[in-house]
Design a protein around this ligand. Structure first.
Ligand code: SF4
Ligand code: SF4
Length: 493
């Protein structure tokens, strides 16, 4: 598949906005199937319509669309042993202080400012820094204000589930059709090791009783959402030795109750964060332990593997955080929503995406037809748009794909420290990057110097920029063909 006429690269910066508009105005999508591009064959079109622009509910959408979280809900009714209230909600965030808590009016200003500047924005989420359902008045007021100004934005909440059943009817009324519940256990004995207390019905509960109530409320909330057609994602924090094996049972329970996705995330545990687990030496899983558990869960509730454990005030594509660009004191007191940038972007994406879907299908067909029996783990440096388009030295994460006789699948990402700053690479940083790439066979990137390439090779990891700017799947299929001496045209013969 040749490169398309339209590229998203560069189209999202301020300086290229005229280009974005010109591209959008140059004609509508030629295909009547654009709206369905990327839809899995076995998915209901109505469900696809809900998720196709949601970067968390669709792996494919996360190459194109961005979310923002507004930190309007600081109060919480549960204590998790992996959370310190000074930090973001670990359910949905990496530890790090929320830069600023917002009132609903401040949140509205910020959302408008972001929507005017970040054309990829499609989802507004409330993920704490406490619990969106417990701090309900602020959650509801924020959503009502925002949809009054930006009616097409998707609304999303994240909750521990304890207060969820009380608000399902209002979620339906507000057209919130994506909800995340963090469910770490279905056995209260396991739960008692994770939750020291909950606050429910005007009282504090501890131990197994607390975990039992939380479990019952989580299951009730999930069932209520499923019955009303709201898509649910279940987040589970993998805590080695506490609930890692148990998450297989959790996956079964939530699948039976209609969960749309199951997102297993690694415990982030650092004594510096001051959490109970951090201070008592409870470790998190490493990347290969995560992958092994996720592989065991295949066949159950469908897995989300592209979660980035974002901050509760994150802004941008998954894996990038532009939150600092939109600090409240940098936003004018009066802001007016201008939909032109988002509309133009959506039109361009519809066309690019159609081309991407065709390229991916061809690439996966070639890999399956090759019948080589071999597999590779490939780490890709990308800035979005579904392409190999980031320099190795500039990458802050690499997306990991598995290519095997079953096809090409996204299986996760590896966070890394940026190796090259100001044109110079740092050897100590490179050592850390190499360690983070444990188990990876090949790195694909837009550019890489000889020095990091040689050091990667010494660690048994090949790296190449030969497929720079290709679609990721096209690049991986060409790599696969080259690695195993397969004729690239075999699939179409
Ligand atoms: S539910 Fe979220 S905010 Fe509340 S204690 Fe757990 S991780 Fe922290
Ligand atoms: S924490 Fe995960 S699910 Fe939530 S916005 Fe980030 S990527 Fe999406």
């Amino acid at each position: 598949m040749s490169a398309p006429m339209i590229s998203l690269e560069g189209l999202t910066s301020t300086t290229s906005f005229d280009q974005l508009l010109a591209t959008a105005k140059s004609g509508g999508c030629a295909s009547s199937t654009c709206g369905l591009s990327g839809k899995p064959d076995d998915m209901d079109p109505a469900v696809w319509e809900k998720i196709k622009d949601h970067p968390c509910f669709s792996e494919e959408a996360h190459h194109y669309f961005a979310r923002m979280h507004v930190a309007v809900a600081p109060a919480c009714n549960v204590q998790c042993n992996y959370c310190n209230r000074k930090y973001d909600c670990a359910n949905e965030s990496r530890p790090g202080v929320v830069s600023e808590k917002l009132t609903p009016d401040q949140a509205l200003r910020k959302v408008i400012a972001v929507a005017n500047e970040v054309p990829q924005l499609s989802v507004l989420g409330i993920a704490g820094p406490g619990d969106a359902c417990y701090d309900w008045k602020k959650t509801k007021a924020t959503f009502e204000r925002v949809v009054g100004e930006i009616p097409d934005i998707k609304l999303c909440i994240s909750t521990n589930g304890l207060a969820l059943p009380d608000h399902v009817a209002e979620l339906v009324d507000m057209n919130v059709d994506h909800v995340t519940i963090t469910i770490n256990m279905v056995d209260p004995e396991v739960g008692a090791k994770i939750y020291p207390w909950i606050f429910y019905d005007h009282r504090r509960y501890v131990g197994i009783e607390a975990a039992r109530i939380l479990h019952e409320r989580q299951m009730l909330g999930l069932e209520m959402l499923t019955a009303r057609g709201i898509l649910t994602k279940i987040n589970s924090v993998m805590i080695p030795g506490v609930n890692d094996e148990h998450l297989i049972e959790v996956n079964r329970w939530v699948k039976e109750r209609g969960a749309f996705l199951h997102n297993v995330m690694p415990l982030i545990s650092d004594p510096a964060h001051g959490t109970h687990f951090g201070l008592t030496g409870q470790r998190g899983p490493n990347a290969m332990e995560m992958k092994t558990l996720q592989d065991r869960l295949e066949g159950g509730a469908k897995l989300m593997r592209h979660c980035r454990q974002c901050r509760a005030d994150a802004v941008g594509l998954l894996g990038e955080d532009r939150g600092q660009e939109f600090a409240l004191d940098s936003i004018p007191g009066e802001v007016t929503y201008d939909p032109s940038r988002r509309e133009a972007y959506q039109e361009v994406v519809a066309r690019e995406r159609h081309d991407h879907v065709a390229a991916r299908s061809e690439a996966i067909g070639m890999v399956k037809a090759a019948g080589s029996g071999k597999s590779l783990l490939v780490a890709v440096a990308t800035r979005g748009g579904g392409r190999v388009n980031e320099h190795f030295g500039h990458a802050k994460e690499l997306q990991v794909y598995e290519v095997s006789p079953r096809g090409i699948s996204f299986v996760g990402h590896r966070k890394v420290e940026q190796y090259c700053l100001g044109g110079r690479g740092d050897n100590a940083t490179l050592d850390g990057v190499i360690a983070a790439l444990e188990g990876i066979d090949v790195v694909l990137c837009a550019k890489i110097g000889n020095c990091p390439k040689d050091q990667l090779a010494e660690a048994g990891i090949r790296a190449t920029d030969a497929y720079g700017h290709d679609y990721i799947e096209t690049a991986i299929s060409a790599l696969y063909a080259a690695e195993f001496g397969i004729q690239p045209l075999a699939a179409t013969a």
